[in-house]
Design a protein around this ligand. Structure first.
Ligand code: G6P
Length: 608
């Protein structure tokens, strides 16, 4: 979490920093700040509000070098004194993304050495530490390098000094950071979207890299201190893709982008006549031939995608699949199976727990690894042997939408490829699945037409405090995802249950004030589900049913039906996700919450 941007140029960098922060706000948004060097002095502006507040406060600030930060609080409450940049003795300024684990020990040592702490953050130790080395006459680069050897934890940092108006130092270990290369100007940022207005030429830094940037040149040093060259790449991210356009919120825009995102993700497959392992990487065929099970590791919404995939993989491909929450897996004693394919699923490719879980799996001897990810240059993609990129485009809204449905599409492809390789897919079935995949974007488009109806339905939720989501089988994870969306952005407490579990506890909660939302596809479990719905109705619960055609569930007093246009077979979870996303969105609008930046959350969780 937290976003960093920095610049060294011949022009005033403050507008560049502010625009960059605005684009990084999805990473954290409880406070923001920037610092520039002006007339040999550090000038800092900080604000507890959003970047717009910082923009107002920095109207007269100017400088040719500066660093800026948007924060998601870890150590110390969101407040101006805890907002970055942190400064040591009016001389060294630092912005930081990550967590310094040994900060207490460093803080007491630096306090004894005479440094005065003005915040509760872990970051402030970095500023004082660099100052302590810099004060002894070493260069800013050497002072930063020396300080980094004393830090335990994760960081991406930007550093400037009052007496050094043409030198910006940055470093990364465990948190993302890249360089932007302009014409006689250089930049740093947590992700490329922040730099699109100024450059597309970027250098992705490796773990342990430290960089010295001037206006005209930069030098990269690797973890051992050796000078290294890293490739300059041209980002293909389009500037429009991070603009809101005609929509009110990014979440609404991203919900509507799903047909295109799915079409893009499935493009190579849908344009060919057969499925090949190569879509997961050159070594995929050999790897898939060597595996006997799947282990999926992920967090949040990505974990829900994994739960759907388990049904597909076991039923269609006949391969055992376990799905684990990454933050749990990394700390438990599990039984490793080197013949298992470890699949990490992540929108950002940065999530700290998912990365740690992958590294843990590798340390246990898991050599077969596959990343399903939306960010091509991310750490997770680089850490895995195989990859399948979802092509959802940048997802800005904190609540994940198009990333989820494209992850499902990628996981369905994995299922089909494995099924084929394992002799469980006839040529005819393969063609049938390809046909359904080609049809998927337009099927999703049809579901989106339910938007006005769902907007009306959402009014009924405005005063609710709780909601129950029900699903069965393949659609139970969709109920989980629907509940997660609702609680994330509308702050209504929501829980999901497999409908068969109702009578084992949650039925006790059902009364007239408890809306019960049910995913009702026309599948083999439909009749069972109908009985579960009767149980709710008999207790006075208000039912909201998203029902496929021909389910014969009829609207009645206390039963509201949303008719889904068609039943999509195995792809049904993708279609059934859409109305639940829309419901959460419109309920949040009713409640007047900050849809794209819900309280206490952040998009990329790069801390444990
Ligand atoms: C955060 C986001 C979620 C996301 C989760 C995992 O909690 O708010 O939307 O599902 O992180 O992120 P990842 O990038 O690994 O998919």
């Amino acid at each position: 979490m937290c976003g960093i941007v920095g610049a060294v140029a011949q022009r005033n960098v403050v507008p560049i920093l502010l625009e960059g922060l605005q684009r990084l706000e999805y990473r954290g948004y409880d406070s923001a700040g920037l610092v520039v060097v002006h007339d040999g002095k550090l000038e800092r502006v900080r604000s507890t509000g959003r970047v717009v507040d910082l923009t107002e406060k920095s109207a007269t600030t100017q400088g040719h070098i500066g660093i800026a930060h948007t924060r998601w609080a870890t150590h110390g409450v969101p407040s101006e004194r805890n907002a970055h940049p942190h400064i040591s003795k009016n001389h060294i300024a630092v912005v930081h993304n990550g967590i310094i684990e040994n900060y207490e020990e460093l803080r007491s040592r630096l306090t004894t050495a005479g440094y005065e702490f003005t915040s509760d953050t872990d970051t402030e130790v970095i500023a004082h530490l660099i100052h302590s080395h810099y004060a002894h006459g070493t260069s800013l680069l050497a002072a930063t390098q020396a300080s980094l050897t004393e830090l335990v934890g994760a960081y991406a940092i930007g550093v400037i000094a009052a007496d050094n108006p043409d030198q910006l130092i940055c470093a990364r270990r465990g948190s993302p950071l890249l360089l932007g290369v302009g014409i006689d100007e250089h930049f740093i940022a947590s992700d490329v979207s922040a730099l699109l207005p100024v450059t597309r030429k970027v250098v992705y830094l490796e773990e342990g890299d430290v960089v010295e940037l001037g206006r005209l040149a930069y030098q990269i040093f690797d973890a051992t201190g050796a000078r290294v060259e890293r490739a300059v790449q041209t980002s293909e991210m389009s500037n429009e893709s991070v603009q809101l356009g005609e929509y009110t919120h990014y979440m609404q825009k991203e919900i509507h982008e799903q047909p295109q995102a799915l079409a893009d993700t499935l493009e190579s497959v849908c344009n060919s006549q057969s499925l090949v392992p190569g879509i997961f990487g050159a070594e995929a065929a050999a790897t898939f031939a060597d595996i006997n099970s799947i282990l999926i590791l992920a967090c949040g919404t990505s974990h829900h995608a994994g739960l759907v995939a388990k049904f597909w993989l076991e039923e269609i491909a006949g391969i055992t699949c376990n799905v684990e929450i990454a933050s749990e897996y990394r700390y438990r004693t599990s039984v490793p199976n080197p013949k298992s394919l470890v699949v990490v699923i992540s929108q950002s490719g940065e999530t700290a727990d998912t990365q740690a879980a992958l590294n843990h799996a590798k340390s246990l001897g898991h050599g077969h690894t596959l990343a399903i990810c939306n960010v091509a240059e991310s750490a997770l993609v680089r850490l895995c042997k195989l990859r399948m990129l979802t092509r959802a485009g940048p997802e800005i809204g904190v609540a994940s939408t198009k990333a989820f449905t494209t992850q499902l599409a990628a996981l369905f492809l994995l299922t089909l490829v494995l099924a084929k390789q394992r002799g469980r897919l006839t040529a005819e079935q393969e063609q049938q699945h390809l046909h359904e995949l080609r049809h998927l974007p337009s099927a999703v488009q049809k579901v989106l037409e339910l938007e006005p109806q769902i907007a009306m339905l959402a009014v009924k939720f405005a005063n609710k405090h709780n909601a129950l989501f029900l699903g069965r089988g393949l659609h139970y994870p969709i109920a989980l995802e629907g509940a997660l969306k609702l609680k994330e952005i509308s702050y209504i407490h929501a829980e999901a249950y497999p409908a068969g579990e109702l009578k084992h506890g949650p039925l006790a909660l059902v009364d007239k004030d408890m809306p019960v939302i049910s995913v009702a596809p026309n599948d083999a479990l439909l009749e069972k589900l109908k009985s579960n719905l009767q149980e709710v109705r008999a207790r006075g619960g208000e039912l909201y049913v998203f029902a496929d055609a021909n389910t014969h569930i009829h609207a009645a007093d206390g039963i509201h039906i949303m008719q889904m246009p068609e039943h999509a077979g195995y792809l049904s979870p993708i279609l059934h996700t859409i109305p639940l996303q829309l419901l959460a969105y419109y309920v949040a609008l009713q409640k007047g919450t900050d849809v794209d930046k819900p309280r206490n959350l952040a998009k990329s969780v790069t801390v444990e």
